[in-house]
Design a protein around this ligand. Structure first.
Ligand code: SF4
Length: 333
C-alpha cells in the first residue's frame, strides 16, 4: 500500500509522526515533490482566487501525488490539539476542499478527524477510523501509534534544542550528529523568525529565509524551537490569547521574544490571504513599538520575487547589526 503525503501545510510539523505511523503499519510513504512554480500554478488553477497561498500550494501537492500512483493521499482534518483552541477554518474543511476541487482526488483521500487535547495527536479516538479504512487490527494500530508518538517527541526535543525542522529530521532519521550541527553555527545577532511552519520551511515560499539569515551570521529562533511553557509565558495573565492554535503559538513566541534582551529583532513571514495573521501581525507590530524591538513583516504570494525579498532582509539585518555594534562601542545607535 502506497500512502501519499502532500509536502505542505502541517506536514512540516507532523511528518516524523506520520512517517513512523504508516511505516509501522507496513505502508510505503510517497512524498510530493518540492514546491516549484509549476506545482503552484497547478494548485492555483483549481483553487478559488481569494484563498490563502498555502492552500493553493497544498492543492498543487495533491495534484502532484495523483501522478505518483498512490493508493491514498493522507489529508487529516485538524480540528483541535489543545483545550479551547482550534485550527483555522481552512484546516477544518481541507478534506472536502481537496475532494471537490481536484478531479480524481475524492476516491484517494484518506482522512480522519484530529480532535483532541494532545499536541502529538496520538489519541485513540482520532486514529481509530484507520482500523476500518485500512483493515488493520486495533492492537496493530495502537502499537504503531505508540511508536509514532515516541518518534515525534524525539523530533520535538531536537527542535527545542535549537534545531530547525529539517535539521531535527536529519538527526532523528538519518543519524546526523546534533552536536556537529550546533557547533557549525556562528552568530553576531539573534532574530526571531515568526510564521507558520509551512511558510518558513517551504523553500519556495520563504525563499530559504533561515539559510539566508545564517549566511549573514544571524542566529534564528522560530516558534517550534520554544517550549510550550515558554510560549504560554507571555505578557501576563491578562494578555491576549488567540483562538487559532498555530497563530497563538506564533503570537506567544513573539510576545516571549519581545522581552528577551538576547533577541535583536523579529521578522514575521506571512502569506497573502491569511485571515488569522492579519490579527496576529497587527498585535506583534503594536507590541514591537511598546518594547522598542525592531520588527519587519514579509508578506509573500505566488508573485513574490527572490531579489526583492533578499534586499529587504539584508537591509533589516544591516540596520540591526549597525545599531548593536554602535551600542557595544558606547556610541549613540
Ligand atoms: S492560518 Fe492563514 S495561512 Fe494558514 S491555512 Fe489558515 S488562512 Fe491559510
Amino acid at each position: 500500500m502506497r500512502i501519499g503525503l502532500p509536502r505542505a501545510l502541517i506536514y512540516y510539523y507532523y511528518y516524523p509522526l506520520w512517517k513512523c505511523l504508516f511505516e509501522q503499519l507496513g505502508a510505503e510513504i510517497v512524498i510530493s515533490d518540492i514546491t516549484s512554480k509549476e506545482l503552484i500554478q497547478k494548485g492555483i488553477k483549481v483553487t478559488v482566487p481569494e484563498i490563502c497561498l498555502p492552500i493553493k500550494i497544498f492543492n498543487g501537492h495533491v495534484i502532484n501525488l495523483l501522478s505518483k500512483d498512490v493508493d491514498y493521499i493522507f489529508v487529516p482534518r485538524f480540528v483541535s490539539i489543545e483545550s479551547k483552541k482550534w485550527f483555522c477554518p481552512k484546516f477544518l474543511g481541507l478534506p472536502e476542499l481537496v475532494s471537490y476541487t481536484i478531479d480524481g482526488a475524492k476516491e484517494k483521500i484518506l482522512t480522519l478527524d484530529i480532535n483532541g487535547k494532545k499536541e502529538d495527536t496520538c489519541e485513540w479516538s482520532s486514529y481509530r477510523p484507520l482500523c476500518d479504512i485500512l483493515e488493520i487490527r486495533e492492537k496493530e494500530l495502537k502499537k504503531a501509534m505508540a511508536a509514532a508518538a515516541r518518534s515525534w517527541q524525539q523530533f520535538r526535543q531536537c527542535c527545542k534544542e535549537g534545531l530547525t525542522i529539517e535539521e531535527a529530521e536529519q538527526v532523528c532519521n538519518h543519524g546526523v550528529s546534533k552536536e556537529q550541527i550546533l557547533s557549525e553555527r556562528h552568530s553576531e545577532i539573534t532574530l526571531g523568525v515568526l510564521g507558520y511552519v509551512y511558510n518558513i520551511y517551504d523553500s519556495f515560499v520563504s525563499m530559504d529565509i533561515i539559510k539566508k539569515l545564517r549566511q549573514m551570521n544571524v542566529r534564528v529562533i522560530t516558534f517550534e524551537m520554544m517550549d510550550e511553557k515558554e510560549i504560554s509565558n507571555r505578557f501576563g495573565k491578562k494578555s491576549k490569547r488567540l483562538y487559532w492554535t498555530f497563530t497563538d503559538k506564533v503570537y506567544g513566541t513573539a510576545a516571549n521574544l519581545m522581552r528577551n534582551p538576547e533577541v535583536d529583532g523579529l521578522i514575521h513571514v506571512t502569506a497573502f490571504g491569511c485571515g488569522p495573521d492579519s490579527i496576529a501581525g497587527k498585535l506583534i507590530e503594536l507590541d514591537s513599538e511598546n518594547y522598542k524591538k525592531p520588527f519587519m513583516t514579509l508578506r509573500v504570494d505566488e508573485h513574490t520575487g527572490e531579489s526583492h525579498l533578499l534586499t529587504r532582509i539584508e537591509a533589516f539585518v544591516d540596520m540591526i547589526k549597525r545599531k548593536k555594534f554602535a551600542e557595544q562601542r558606547g556610541e549613540p545607535a
